[in-house]
Structure formats: C-alpha cells, structure tokens
Design a protein around this ligand. Structure first.
Ligand code: TRP
Ligand code: SF4
Length: 400
C-alpha cells in the first residue's frame, strides 16, 4: 500500500508545447522507468476556471493524450486516465470538504494570485475555492507518495498533507488500537518486530527521524500484512492513530524555465508557444522571428544574453561549449542573432523527430488512444475504490 507511487495531473489545455515538455513531461517519462506511475487529465480542474467553455474539453483532452504518448509516456509503464471517468475523485473531494476549514483555502496563495491574473474570469465560485481540495483527493485516493509538480503547486501539496493528517487524526481512531497494533507487530516475525519496536522507541523517545524513516521502509518491504494492520503499524510509529491516507511529498521539477517567443511565460493562449510535434519549418520560422535583446538593434551592436529569451532556450537546449560560444559572440557582436538561434532550432527539431514518429500510429488510429485511456481509467478506478472502501468505513459510512 505505501510502496512508492507517483501521481500527477495536468489540466487539458489542448496541444502541449515545449514548456510542458521541459517543465513536466520529461520528468514524468523519467519517473515511469523507476516507479509505479499514474498520470491523468484533470478535466474537472479545468472547469473550476472555465466552467463556461466546455465545448472543447473532450477534444483538448484527447489531443493532450496524443502528445503525452508522442513525448514518450509509455502506457505499459504508466497508467493514463481521465479524472472525471473515476467518479470516486468526486466522492473523496466531497468527504474531504467536510474537514477542510474555509480559511485554509482562502489562504492558499494560488487562490488570490489566480483571481488577480485571471481577472477577466469570474472566479467567485465554490468549485474554484475548492480547487486544492479536489487536488488533494486526486492524490490521496491513490495513496501516492510522490507528486511531481512545479513550484507554483507546492502550496497545494502542503494542503494535501495537512488534510491527510487531519483525516487520520479524526478518523484513524479505533477502539482497542494499542492491542491491535501490538498484535500486528507480532505478525512481522520476531526479528522485524524487534527492529520495529526499537525504531519506534527511538523516534518517540528521542525524535530520531532516521529511525522513523527506517521503520517505514521496513514496513514497505513487508508483504504479508493486511491493509488494516499496515495502517495501524504506520500509525503506531507516530502515535495512536491509523494512517488511512498517507502524506505525499512534492517532487519539484527543476529544469530551467522555457520562455515563450516574446519572452513571457509560454502558453497557448498567449500565442507565443512552440508546440510539440511542430512542423520543422514552423519551428524554424518561430525561432527566427523570436524576440532578442531589445538593445541589440544592429548586427554590430553587442548584446546582453541575460536580457534575451533565446539565451534561456540555450539553457535548456545547448551544451556548455555552445553556450560559451553564444555568450562570447553576443557580447562582442561576433555573431548575429540568426546564427545564434540556429543551434536551438536544430535541437528542437532533433528533439521532436521521435515524437512525430511515435504520434503517427495514434493519428492513424485514434481508437488506440481511446483504448489506452479506457484501460487506464479502469485500473485507476480499481485503486480508487480500494481507498474509498477504507475511507467510507473509517468515516462510519461502511454500511456493509
Ligand atoms: N493543479 C495542477 C496544475 O495546474 C493539476 C493537478 C490537478 C494536479 N490535480 C493534481 C497535479 C494532482 C498533481 C497532482 O498543474
Ligand atoms: Fe540573444 Fe543570441 Fe542575439 Fe545575443 S546573439 S541577443 S543571445 S539571440
């Protein structure tokens, strides 16, 4: 239950661009090699801000999946699904809502920030205030412990952790907990039981965090425990509660920022994006017309790469030798801007060649994508249902 599990989602915004690739997808593709992964289209999250623009959600969702697959997400390694096709997300959102103080949500920094940056939208709706509760449900319903996100999402993961703690505190109580926990310790076998008890004491008596981590690891490596006993043993390490919903950690994506063609944040709606699977001629055209250091008017003017978005692309796409060449050539007017841009153009086209190739079979047969996602939804639903069984029961809603 508490083995490593990665989960992340993206709101469907249509075609993916190189900002999505370097900001998230590349990281996801790396993670799928090493961990169990779930990635989903957060279509309900899209509704929190765009409830009045629903005619294109389905199309943009399918387009997004084609890009994910083209970029290299492998459906045999990662489970790909759609949030709204796993309605248990809504049930957990509703239940978590009961224990979420409204003040916590009003204090989430993205709440006011988004209201300001999307000032043309009406964001006074209940669903938008609840955005991070729904995100918490997305994560907790799979008991995911690793959540790859950008910096802007860290406050949401922090809220998820607080909600998990609060949930376990309120609903993890159980009559006879201590006896049940001690009985579960015995089931570990003599050797592991002794180590578990020692590490638990080291944490509880001396606050030894390393011992806590080691004890958790020991539990993760133990296969023959029932779900209930597992929850008890995780919970007993820290106190007298079961851990029904474990706290996740954010995995920060650290790659450098990808600027748009005008130097602002890259986004489809700003019209400054280089898409994945872009036509090579179009990549060339876009980069060649891209904004440069505004002070470099003539070829003979030296430039300052720090003021040029092309330089930011070199951080993403070029090796050290090329970057040295750019820096020197720009600051001494030794190279022209078109010359400077060429290695970036070449690198983007090279990066996208295998994406075009991988996408072809999905473009030829859209049913393939439908099938992959249908399988993913079914698999995700099975996992979500398992957690919901525990959640309903812990909350006194187990009418079995
Ligand atoms: N809020 C995320 C974003 O805008 C998308 C998202 C929804 C998500 N649910 C999630 C990310 C759960 C990680 C985990 O990028
Ligand atoms: Fe930007 Fe390169 Fe032109 Fe310098 S030479 S201003 S870094 S595009």
């Amino acid at each position: 239950m508490f083995a490593d599990r990665v989960l992340s989602g993206m709101r469907p915004t249509g075609r993916m661009h190189i900002g999505h690739y370097h900001g998230a997808l590349r990281n996801w593709i790396r993670l799928q090699e090493e961990h169990e992964c779930l990635f989903f289209a957060a279509d309900w999250h899209a509704l929190t801000t765009h409830f009045d623009e629903t005619e294109s959600i389905a199309d943009t969702t399918w387009e997004m999946f084609v890009d994910w697959l083209a970029a290299g997400l492998d459906p045999t390694r990662a489970t790909l699904f759609i949030q709204s096709r796993v309605p248990e997300h809504a049930e957990l959102t509703l239940l978590l809502g009961m224990i979420t103080p409204v003040g916590w949500l009003e204090r989430v920094p993205t709440y006011k920030d988004q209201q300001q940056s999307l000032a043309d939208r009406d964001l006074s709706n209940y669903g938008f205030l609840g955005y991070p509760v729904m995100q918490s449900a997305d994560i907790l319903i799979y008991r995911a412990n690793m959540v790859p996100v950008g910096e802007d999402q860290v406050s949401h993961i922090e809220l998820t952790r607080e909600l998990a703690r609060r949930f376990n505190h309120i609903y993890g109580q159980e009559t006879g907990f201590e006896d049940k926990a001690k009985a579960a310790v015995k089931k570990l076998g003599a050797k592991k039981a002794k180590r578990y008890n020692e590490m638990r004491a080291a944490f509880q008596e001396k606050g030894d965090e390393a011992a806590l981590a080691a004890a958790r690891e020991l539990l993760e490596d133990t296969q023959n425990l029932s779900l209930g006993d597992r929850e008890r043993l995780f919970g007993w390490l820290e106190g007298a509660r079961r851990v029904i919903l474990p706290e996740p950690q954010p995995l920060l994506t650290t790659s450098p920022r990808v600027p748009g063609l005008d130097g602002d944040k890259m986004s489809k709606s700003r019209g400054n994006a280089i898409f994945l699977r872009e036509d090579p001629a179009e990549v060339t055209r876009k980069v060649r017309t891209m904004q440069t250091d505004p002070a470099r008017v003539r070829r003979t003017d030296p430039g300052n790469p720090e003021r040029c978005p092309v330089w930011s692309l070199h951080q993403v796409y070029s090796d050290q030798a090329t970057r040295d060449w750019v820096w020197k050539g720009c600051t001494t007017a030794g190279i022209g801007c078109l010359e400077c841009k060429q290695p970036v153009i070449d690198a983007i086209i090279r990066e996208q060649a295998p994406m075009h190739e991988r996408a072809q079979k999905y473009l030829d047969d859209p049913q393939l994508v439908r099938n992959i996602v249908a399988d993913g939804c079914e698999k995700a639903r099975g996992m979500a249902e398992e957690t919901m069984g525990d959640v309903r029961e812990a909350m006194g809603l187990g009418y079995g």
